[in-house]
Design a protein around this ligand. Structure first.
Ligand SMILES: Cc1cc2nc3c(=O)[nH]c(=O)nc-3n(C[C@H](O)[C@H](O)[C@H](O)COP(=O)(O)O)c2cc1C
Length: 186
């Protein structure tokens, strides 16, 4: 699919068709997730693919978001920070693994769209409940729960922030690009 079309078509889907996706497509999207930038190229992102309805029910309970239960697959994204922290120290290492998890999640969500699938980044959940449902060790960060399926969500696409409110030139809050001569005269 065309790059801009994938970007524009990606949206958070909270209603899924009962048809089960091909799990190979989700694995393919994980592979795309792992192609994002990574500090020092040190691996930290881990994916768990869940199709056990009992576990999906526990994830639904942990997030208190009923639509999670509609999906026949739920991807859980985690980070193992140990090697990144060893290389960059605790503060930077922790920040880097969180940032690269975000990059991986976005890549994953975009590839789902490319494959005709959809998902929703669920970040609000009871961490201990998710940890216990999936037997995730205490040293592993839980980044997101992503129900995956075929969209039947007819709600309108959200309006995203406008460019003119989000972009500055040369300095923070500078809303205009000054003609070169004026900048040099400053
Ligand atoms: C860090 C993060 C956490 C989020 N957590 C939730 C969540 O718990 N439940 C939910 O329905 N959507 C969640 N979302 C999705 C946002 O609500 C959604 O991306 C936003 O409203 C923009 O809509 P769009 O994704 O359809 O473009 C989360 C998104 C991010 C980036």
């Amino acid at each position: 699919m065309d790059f801009d079309k994938v970007i524009k078509e990606r949206r958070s889907v909270r209603k899924f068709h009962s048809k089960k996706p091909n799990w190979r497509h989700i694995i393919e999207a994980f592979e795309t997730g792992l192609q994002g930038p990574i500090a020092g190229n040190i691996s930290s992102v881990r994916f768990i693919l869940v199709d056990d309805p009992v576990i999906i029910a526990k994830l639904t309970e942990a997030s208190q978001q009923d639509f999670v239960a509609e999906a026949s697959y739920v991807a859980v994204v985690c980070s193992d920070p140990i090697d990144t922290i060893r290389s960059y120290g605790k503060e930077l290492g922790e920040m880097y693994v969180r940032q690269q998890a975000g990059a991986a999640i976005e890549n994953f969500l975009l590839k789902l769209v490319d494959l005709g699938l959809a998902g929703c980044w669920v970040g609000a959940f009871d961490e201990e409940q998710v940890r216990s449902a999936l037997k995730i060790p205490d040293n592993i960060y839980i980044e997101a729960i992503i129900p995956v399926g075929y969209s039947i969500d007819k709600s309108p696409r959200k309006k995203h922030p406008s460019l003119d409110r989000s972009i500055y030139f040369n300095k923070y809050k500078m809303r205009f690009m000054k003609p070169r001569k004026e900048v040099e005269a400053l």
